[in-house]
Ligand binder design. Structure first.
Ligand code: C2E
Ligand code: CA
Ligand code: CA
Length: 666
């Protein structure tokens, strides 16, 4: 008991009613909100009934005014509690309310105890029993209601139960003294039970708090996962996965509201050199700046995402008509052309954009994306910057589908043929070899150009077989040519990338009679980009058989010095795009000159493709390029035209007094 009293006094001295745990305080406060009004109702009813029975025997101050004042105070507190809502109070306010409650309990308990002690002597045995009974039930009722505020219960014990019990015990009457003991024991037991109950309550509140904390942690982790799975780590933009999911959702919404939406795919031109030359950190910085520049230019409901590498995706929710879409594309591409000031350097790049508009271009998200990609490729190929997928593209796709169907059922041996275009050394004026170019005459569709059917053969997995057919035809034709002439044969990316296909090509080379050292294989850099190591192994295999290797269409793609140095190359063919404007375009001239110098330094041969005019020939020669190919000399010709062509050449050179060496009889 002394220990308990000590603790209660310390509690009172420290004016402590609330714990340091705000969540626990809040839980206590919530529980009390429900119980305190009951407590005040009990107090009012009990006080008024005691006052009523003492009205005739005690002074008005004790029998009327005190119960009335007490009832008013209780009523006021009742109203305060009825209005209290923990949600509207902050942690500090709740802690203060709990503290003041403990103190108010002590004050009220002292006042009621004193009142009872003063009232007690005025009554007879019945009234005195009523006062003792009033005090006991009120204390017990309050202890129950104050379960969740142990400090207040303790103060009630110290300021109510103990003084009143001592008061009763000092009466000298054995019955009354026994009531005093009853009161102390029952109230003590009650306080003990309330304490245990409160401890359980605290445990429960803390367990709940732990659960909430764990739930919050789980939510944070799942938010992190969501971010990782849906956002691009570098730019913070949605990633490809998120872009496709959002596109799907926006398409469904647009379809239900019969609205248009547009999908745009943006590809940067010139990003790769920046990445290669200045390093990945610089490349990353550039991508981040691109994202920051483009984002504010899109509408608030539009989506801008990074789809990977230097490709960005855009969904426009209010695209307007095609002209508006094109205009936005132009604004975006113009913005991309503005220089980027990075810490080390200032770089200038550009971008191409392909758009597809729902519902005209396609009905599903996947198709819309594909068509935007189709438009993007057109934008890049034609160096047009912005292309909106149109009916014309739709027609082309349909035609390609038709061509593909016929190609898949074609008799390759019968329908495919090879034509040959001379490659000339301009210093001697002599043809040094021919490039073999594929031709397809479909019995149903007629002549189909290789630019159309080779990509389709690649897409439908037919190209390896096609290559074998063409290679056999080429070698058999070239076997009849004069011994000094070489033949160039184009390999597809899919040939180089497949060890199986390469093994079968080697098999053909060994079984045909054509001397392999007169054979050049032309490859494009896409073959190298797909799988560099496999490409290198394939080329090494051809080199081991004594064939030579040329890098075709050089300068128009991503070709970098690294490839040229690491691959076993013998020759570079300058893309005909540079020759086409070599007279008028200084940049093209510079590029051709750089490639010629590069070839000289690396001890590689060099061919200018697509020479159509005498002026182009003259400029190419002046830049140091003496091996050329193009319509200026001849269009690709069937094998039976090769002999007459060479004969005419010999005659021409003889007439000019230049001819030396052997020629094939026509
Ligand atoms: P390529 O390998 O760059 O072939 C050169 C192309 O340029 C040929 O077109 C040729 O006819 C054309 N050409 C030659 N001189 C001139 C000129 O002075 N001006 C212009 N404007 N064009 C000229 P072709 O025969 O239509 O072939 C197109 C492409 O198809 C080839 O480009 C090559 O990538 C591919 N291809 C052709 N035959 C084969 C083949 O047997 N196998 C593979 N895998 N691809 C082939
Ligand atoms: Ca070629
Ligand atoms: Ca070429």
């Amino acid at each position: 008991m002394t220990h308990f009293l000590d603790w209660a006094t310390r509690l009172l001295a420290r004016r402590e009613g609330a714990s340091n745990d705000p969540t626990l305080n809040r839980a206590q406060f919530n529980a009390l909100t429900k119980q305190m009004p009951v407590l005040y109702c009990v107090l009012i009813a009990n006080a008024l009934s005691v006052g009523y029975t003492h009205a005739a025997i005690a002074p008005a101050a004790l029998s009327i005014y005190f119960p009335l004042v007490l009832s008013l105070v209780c009523l006021a507190r009742l109203i305060v509690w009825r209005r209290s809502q923990a949600a509207q109070l902050d942690d500090a306010q709740i802690a203060r309310r709990l503290q003041s409650m403990a103190l108010l309990t002590a004050a009220l308990s002292s006042a009621i105890t004193s009142w009872c002690m003063l009232l007690y002597p005025h009554g007879g045995p019945y009234e005195q029993s009523q006062v003792a009974f009033f005090m006991s039930v009120t204390v017990l009722g309050c202890l129950i209601c104050l379960t969740h505020l142990t400090s207040a219960s303790a103060l009630l014990f110290v300021t109510g139960v103990i003084p009143f019990s001592v008061f009763l015990a000092s009466s000298g009457n054995a019955v009354v003294t026994s009531i005093a003991f009853n009161l102390v024991f029952v109230a003590g037991a009650m306080a003990f039970v309330a304490c245990r109950h409160h401890r359980d309550f605290v445990d429960l509140a803390q367990a709940r708090q732990g659960l909430i904390a764990r739930q919050a942690e789980t939510r944070r982790l799942s938010d992190d996962n969501f971010r990782l799975a849906n956002l691009d780590a570098l730019t913070g933009l949605p990633n490809r996965r998120r872009f496709l999911a959002d596109l799907e959702a926006m398409l469904a919404e647009a379809a239900s509201q019969q609205r248009k939406i547009a999908v745009g795919l943006i590809d940067l031109d010139g990003f790769k050199p920046v990445n290669d030359i200045y390093g990945h950190a610089c490349g990353d910085q550039l991508l981040l700046m691109v994202a920051e520049r483009l984002r504010p230019m899109c509408g608030p409901r539009d989506i801008l995402a990074r789809l990977g590498g230097d490709e960005f995706g855009l969904v426009m929710t209010k695209p307007g008509d095609d002209a508006d879409v094109r205009e936005l594309g132009r604004i975006l591409t113009k913005a991309l052309q503005e220089p980027f000031d990075m810490p080390q350097i200032r770089v200038q790049i550009s971008g191409s954009i392909g758009f597809a508009v729902f519902p005209r271009a396609a009905g599903t998200a996947e198709q819309l994306f594909e068509r935007a990609d189709y438009a993007l490729h057109h934008a890049k190929d034609g160096k047009r910057g912005v292309v909106v997928f149109s009916a014309k593209h739709e027609r082309k796709i349909r035609e390609a589908g038709l061509v593909a169907r016929h190609l898949r059922s074609a008799d390759l041996e019968a329908e495919m043929s090879v034509v040959f275009q001379p490659i000339t050394d301009t210093r001697t004026g002599k043809t040094i070899g021919f490039e073999a170019l594929a031709r397809w005459t479909s019995p149903k569709l007629g002549e189909i150009p290789p630019d159309t059917f080779i990509p389709l053969a690649e897409r439908y997995n037919l190209v390896n077989k096609l290559t074998r057919v063409l290679l056999r035809k080429t070698l058999r034709a070239a076997a009849g040519w004069p011994g000094q002439l070489r033949v160039s044969f184009n390999l597809s990316t899919f040939d180089i990338a497949s060890p199986g296909a390469m093994a079968r090509i080697v098999g053909i080379l060994k079984s045909e009679k054509f001397p392999i050292h007169r054979l050049d294989f032309e490859i494009t850099e896409t073959a190298v980009l797909v799988d560099f190591e496999q490409a290198r192994r394939s080329l090494e295999m051809l080199k081991a058989l004594n064939a030579r290797v040329s890098l075709d269409d050089f300068g128009c793609g991503y070709s970098s010095l690294a490839y040229v140095q690491k691959l076993p190359l013998d020759r570079i063919k300058i893309d005909r795009g540079f020759i086409a404007d070599i007279e008028g375009n200084k940049a093209s001239r510079n590029i051709v000159k750089t490639i010629v110098d590069l070839c000289r330094n690396l001890d590689l041969a060099c061919v200018a493709e697509g020479v159509e005019t005498h002026d182009q020939l003259r400029v190419a020669q002046s830049l140091g390029c003496h091996t050329v190919q193009g319509y200026f000399f001849a269009q690709p010709m069937a094998n039976d035209r090769v002999g007459p062509y060479l004969l005419r050449e010999t005659q021409r050179l003889t007439a000019a007094g230049l001819v030396v060496g052997e020629r094939m009889s026509a």
